[in-house]
Design a protein around this ligand. Structure first.
Ligand code: 5AD
Ligand code: FES
Length: 356
């Protein structure tokens, strides 16, 4: 892929070439601390102190795909498959405004059917009609007509990680699709005027520092509105269950990647993703992420009874909590960090947003 030239901002903070990113990734000791501080300062300058809350509702774990790393892959028979009713999702959506969550993220496995696509479109219409929430969907690769239909229904944003920028590594861990198809979906979404989020897992077995650097620069090249990245965590019920994270002996590398991501993508919304909590517990990884480049938090707003069946990876936090408990917890955590909550929808900072 060819990098589009991006004008330098002049403050010397941005990273835009592979060798610059690689140098950042190699930082150790005090240099690493300086990198974290630089990322935090750039986040504060471009995105401000307030944190956007996007409540995630994992409305179904039904999946037709067999990604080698994922706990809800079709071959995993050790979980109960569920799909929430529309009324149940609406009940959560109505509570989210009181929880100061301006966006609902509807996520599920990838299992397309015309009836399911229609149901989801109708749900988006209902949420847009009955609440003030921005709606983000995260349901995988779909035909472009389906994206267009959801857009007509009022979908504001879409999350679809490219997972790794290396086409061969992508193919090895995804039996059901290619990197080119995934990128095609992202371009189709952008063309529809949808705010686009993508990103990758950090430390997929076989990932080299060069691949990590290219992952970060692919985010920049795609000019993403939102970028979600998080550590790869081996799930025992998957073919990669016995593999280890490429940075298992240096877990702080996950934060180095995050800080470099911010420096390469100054104006993107970057969440402190849940998987950071699984690699670092004291202090919680998500809190550290907010101090090393992230400006968004995605509280789990899935009803408690479904959470055990949506373990994409082990040690996922908040399995025993309810949506209301996470909502309270996060506001307290932000206060401790000296950060406030932004009650608005938290749209893209990069381009004008056309609401439907
Ligand atoms: N470890 C870390 N992240 C994972 N995901 C799925 N399985 C794992 C795992 N074992 C991430 C993928 C996907 C997102 C919804 O969850 O990056 O895009
Ligand atoms: Fe879920 Fe703290 S965010 S319990």
């Amino acid at each position: 892929v060819i990098l589009r030239p991006v004008a330098r901002q002049g403050d010397g903070m941005e990273l835009q070439a592979v060798d610059e990113v690689l140098t950042a990734l190699r930082a150790r000791g005090p240099e690493r601390a300086a990198l974290f501080a630089r990322a935090d300062a750039l986040r504060r300058e471009r995105m401000g102190e307030a944190v956007h809350l996007r409540g995630i509702v994992e409305f179904s774990n039904i999946c037709a795909n067999d990604c080698l790393y994922c706990g809800i892959r079709v071959s995993n028979r050790a979980i109960n498959r569920y799909r929430m009713e529309a009324d149940e999702v609406m009940e959560v959506a109505r509570r989210m405004e009181g929880w100061r969550q301006g966006t609902i993220v509807l996520q599920s496995g990838e299992a397309s059917s015309p009836a399911g696509d229609r149901r989801l479109g109708e749900l988006v219409r209902r949420i847009k009609a009955e609440t003030s929430l921005a709606v983000t969907l995260s349901v995988g690769n779909r035909p472009h007509e389906v994206y267009a239909y959801w857009r007509e229904c009022g979908m504001d944003r879409y999350l679809l990680r490219f997972e790794t920028s290396d086409p061969a590594l992508f193919a090895r861990i995804h039996p059901d699709c290619s990197l080119a198809e995934r990128l095609d979906c992202l371009h189709a979404l952008r063309a529809l005027g949808v705010q686009v989020g993508s990103g990758f897992m950090i430390g997929v077995p076989g990932e080299t520092p060069e691949v990590l650097a290219r992952n970060i620069l692919l985010c920049r090249e795609l000019d993403l509105d939102m970028i979600g990245i998080g550590p790869f965590i081996p799930h025992p019920e998957t073919p990669l269950g016995g593999a280890s994270n490429a940075y298992a002996d240096d877990p702080d590398m996950h934060f180095v990647a995050l800080a470099a991501l911010r420096l390469a993508n100054p104006d993107a919304h970057i969440p402190a993703t849940t998987a950071f909590d699984a690699v670092f517990t004291n202090p919680p990884g998500r809190d550290l992420a907010l101090q090393r480049g992230a400006n968004v938090f995605m509280p789990n707003s899935t009803p408690g009874k479904y959470r055990r069946d949506y373990m994409l990876y082990p040690d996922k936090p908040c399995v025993d909590e309810t949506g209301g408990q996470c909502a309270l917890c996060i506001v307290g955590r932000l206060e401790m960090l000296g950060r406030s909550v932004d009650d608005g929808p938290g749209h893209s900072r990069k381009r004008p947003v056309e609401a439907l």
